[in-house]
Design a protein around this ligand. Structure first.
Ligand code: MRU
Length: 341
């Protein structure tokens, strides 16, 4: 099943509750904007492309269930549910543009976005896989960028699946992705269902695993890509990009390529560079405990930035559904022409 979709018979949105995975596959029916906002905030639905669709479908719920006077405030709550992934605000704005044409038009706009993300996933996967030479690839990734984070297939993990389908995947190294363990809970679940060979590592092992020559390429997704190519993604991405550039000694081949795989809908030309990207700070309890079990002495304080920003120069290339932007070589999203759709 898709992690998010419209259920016509219920007149509501159905999501697979990602907080319950991998233990349980619980489906939630969201029939109001506030139910959608709550699901987004607690990461029951998550990942940049999926958040875009959630935002758009949230507007469809608003149009069907709320008096017109209450819609603007509801849309503001939806847009602000999580700040870093530009797809969420974009999805809300795209569907909101259809409000003057009535609820059916809003829903149709949201479903067009859903369908466009499905098409984009396949395009990205094929384009990025074609950039990876070799018949036996060892690919490292962080967080979850598979179908769960999109609508189908995903972004970086869709590339892994593409390489697997081509018979060129040796192994995946998946970072567990503390504090919420999207790598351990979600990516491992998707890789198992894919039938891919993989090892899970703690995030702190990433640099040494790269340094030991066990990785051919690092593939990550993005939550927002600035006009200059700086990339906001799950916290820990910057450490992997640094390690990919510097950790492997020249005798073992030197720098490892680091690709960002994301749809065009994640590129935000209105954000000049990474310093202008709002990084979501989440609650300290996510760091101080794992699934309710305390890890630190009572009274310990914690910082919990959910994302980091990787400078464009550390990224070999940004691969989207429509183009390749060779960022390490100096290309920037704002300068690279988009081919005709
Ligand atoms: O906090 P999350 O789980 O929503 O973070 C998700 C990520 O950081 C992904 O890497 C990103 O959204 C790209 S996903 C296709």
């Amino acid at each position: 099943m898709r992690p998010i979709d419209w259920d016509e018979s219920a007149g509501a949105v159905r999501i697979l509750d990602q907080t319950a995975l991998p233990e349980a596959e619980n489906v939630l029916v969201l029939d109001s904007v506030d139910a959608m906002v709550a699901a987004i905030r607690r990461l029951a639905v998550r990942g940049a492309p999926a958040l875009g669709v959630a935002g758009a479908l949230g507007v469809a719920l608003a149009a069907r269930t709320l008096p017109a006077a209450e819609v603007p405030a509801a849309l503001a709550r939806l847009r602000a549910a999580r700040p870093t992934a530009v797809n969420l605000a974009r999805g809300v704005d795209l569907a909101a543009a259809a409000l003057p044409d009535g609820p059916d038009a809003v829903l149709a706009a949201a479903l067009r976005l859903r369908d466009a993300e499905v098409v984009a996933s396949t395009a990205m996967a094929e384009r990025a896989a074609a950039l990876l030479p070799g018949r036996s690839l060892r690919l490292m990734t962080i967080c979850n960028t598979g179908a769960l984070a999109a609508v189908e297939r995903g972004t970086a993990l869709a590339v892994v699946d593409q390489v697997r389908q081509e018979g060129r995947l040796e192994r995946v190294i998946a970072c567990e992705t503390r504090p919420l363990l999207q790598g351990a809970r979600l990516t491992a679940w998707e890789l198992q269902r894919m039938g891919a060979e993989f090892d899970l590592i703690v995030d702190a092992a990433g640099a040494s695993v790269i340094g030991r020559g066990l990785v051919d390429a690092v593939l990550v997704g993005a939550d927002r890509i600035a006009a200059n190519g700086d990339v906001a993604n799950k916290v820990g991405t910057l450490a992997l990009a640094l390690a990919a550039r510097y950790a492997r000694p020249p005798a073992r081949g030197g720098a490892v390529p680091c690709y960002v795989v994301a749809p065009e809908s994640t590129i935000d030309l209105g954000t000049p560079d990474g310093s202008a990207i709002e990084i979501e700070n989440r609650g300290a309890e996510e760091v101080l405990s794992v699934r309710g079990i305390p890890l630190a002495p009572a009274g310990t304080t914690a910082l919990n930035p959910a994302f980091d920003v990787t400078p464009a120069g550390l990224v070999t290339a940004i691969v989207t559904d429509r183009r390749v932007i060779w960022t390490a070589a100096g290309e920037r999203p704002r300068d690279v022409e988009l081919p005709d759709a």
